[in-house]
Ligand binder design. Structure first.
Ligand code: FES
Length: 168
């Protein structure tokens, strides 16, 4: 029996949109309390023909595992060109479903990094541009920050090391 679907292996072996964006409009970081892994996501925001704000470009860096990489690669391909409000509606369950075949239970927690980092990057963009932040996003931001603080307490030395790698 295969542990991972073909789709997961495909994205893991050839992940899309890996790297940094120079002068990003929004940056989001998220961590996973179970394993201590970190995800960093960069956004460039543009406008569509109707003048609505869309995700023009997106890139990510992570020290997460196979599932975290596959999930985030998939997410980036799904949301390029999407309106910010629509991108915010994507949940980890949508990614898991699209990646096919149920994940091993121990790997379900890995799916949260991509959506959390995306929410944080959009939050960052709203904040920097003084755009009113939806109540729901504010609440999610508080939760993500709390998780990051707990990770820092739990995995202190290691997360500092990981963040240094992502900063380079
Ligand atoms: S084990 Fe950490 S993201 Fe998967």
């Amino acid at each position: 029996m295969k542990i991972y679907s073909k789709e997961i292996i495909k994205h893991f072996k050839n992940p899309k949109n890996v790297g940094k964006i120079k002068d990003p409009d929004g940056v989001g970081e998220a961590g996973n309390l179970i394993c201590g892994d970190v995800m960093k996501l960069y956004l460039k925001i543009g406008k569509n023909k109707e003048g609505e704000k869309i995700i023009k470009d997106i890139k990510f860096e992570t020290l997460g595992c196979v599932v975290a990489i596959a999930n985030t690669s998939l997410l980036t391909t799904m949301i390029k060109g999407k309106k910010l409000e629509d991108a915010l509606k994507i949940e980890k369950e949508d990614l898991i479903k699209r990646l096919g075949q149920p994940l091993p239970p121990i790997k379900i927690h890995c799916s949260i990094l991509a959506v959390d980092a995306l929410k944080e990057a959009i939050y960052d963009y709203y904040l920097k541009n003084k755009i009113p932040i939806p109540q729901e996003l504010k609440k999610e931001h508080q939760g993500i920050i709390k998780t990051r603080e707990e990770i820092e307490k739990k995995y202190k030395g290691f997360t500092i090391f990981e963040e240094e790698i992502l900063r380079k």
